[in-house]
Design a protein around this ligand. Structure first.
Ligand code: SAH
Length: 243
């Protein structure tokens, strides 16, 4: 199976030692790119020292000002968080790194987004991702050190690289899945669904579409249904306007 290109994205990292360790793990596990959003520390000799043989890789890191820049052109954005949301907080309904690894081979490129040591990722940043991953850990203290969290996620992806079986059916690519999301947006608009329900519906559908190993046919079937609903509610609206 083709391997996705992997980009690690660190959002506002605060520690040089972590930065060095992240670069080292990234090279250990064959990551292609490191992007850093608005680093809070200079990327200097101390960070390079902790990167050890990954010093050259750290030197090539791309530094940008906002997460949206680091996600541009990437097939699928995956955010990470130690926090699991409540029953209603779909923004934080995560899957495990293992589950992510099972479906990762289907994408052309993946951005793995990790948050600040102090406060993690904001809700705005989490809402920019298609999948949320959480490493299962001691419920009394589930927050890992940043560089350790990076290593765990990368190791799970690494384990699956060679060995994952070919799927027997053609997979839905990210363009098709995004099209389904766009159509749902149109539908909820037509139906007059209001916030916060509107975002909740769209985000839930996006998570489900990207987490599941949906085949092309499955995604097309959902698209067919949504298009039918759009056509139907368009008619209803036209009727109401006529009367
Ligand atoms: N106080 C912050 C801690 C962030 S730890 C918070 O509670 O959000 C720094 C980063 O490491 C997180 O943003 C996340 O990217 C990663 N991380 C730490 N523990 C994790 C876990 N159990 N699962 C997934 N990512 C984790």
């Amino acid at each position: 199976m083709e391997q996705p290109r992997i980009r690690v994205v660190l959002v506002e990292p605060e520690g040089k030692i972590n930065l060095g360790f992240v670069a080292r793990s990234a090279v250990n596990f064959g990551v292609d790119e490191l992007w850093i959003v608005n680093p809070k520390i200079p990327v200097d000799e101390e960070a390079y020292r902790y990167a050890a043989k990954a010093r050259g890789f750290l030197r090539k890191a791309v530094i940008v000002g906002d997460l949206s820049e680091a996600l541009a052109g990437v097939d699928v954005a995956v955010c990470t968080s130690s926090k699991k949301g409540g029953r209603h907080d779909v923004l934080r309904h995560p899957i495990s790194p293992e589950k992510l690894a099972e479906t990762a081979g289907r994408w052309r490129s993946i951005a793995l987004v990790f948050g600040r040591e102090s406060t993690g990722l904001t809700r705005r940043e989490l809402s920019m991702c298609s999948i949320v991953v959480s490493i299962p850990a001691n419920p009394e203290y589930p927050v890992l050190n940043l560089s350790h969290a990076v290593a765990v996620v990368l190791y799970e992806l690494w384990k699956h690289r060679a060995g994952s079986p070919e799927t027997l059916y053609e997979k839905a690519d990210s363009r098709l899945l995004r099209l389904v999301e766009d159509k749902v947006r149109i539908l909820v608009e037509l139906l007059g669904v209001k916030e916060p329900r509107r975002s909740q519906v769209i985000l839930s559908l996006r998570h489900i579409l990207f987490q599941a190993a949906a085949s092309r046919k499955e995604a097309q079937s959902i698209l067919y249904l949504i298009n039918k609903c759009i056509a139907k509610s368009g008619e209803t609206h036209a009727d109401t306007a006529d009367n």
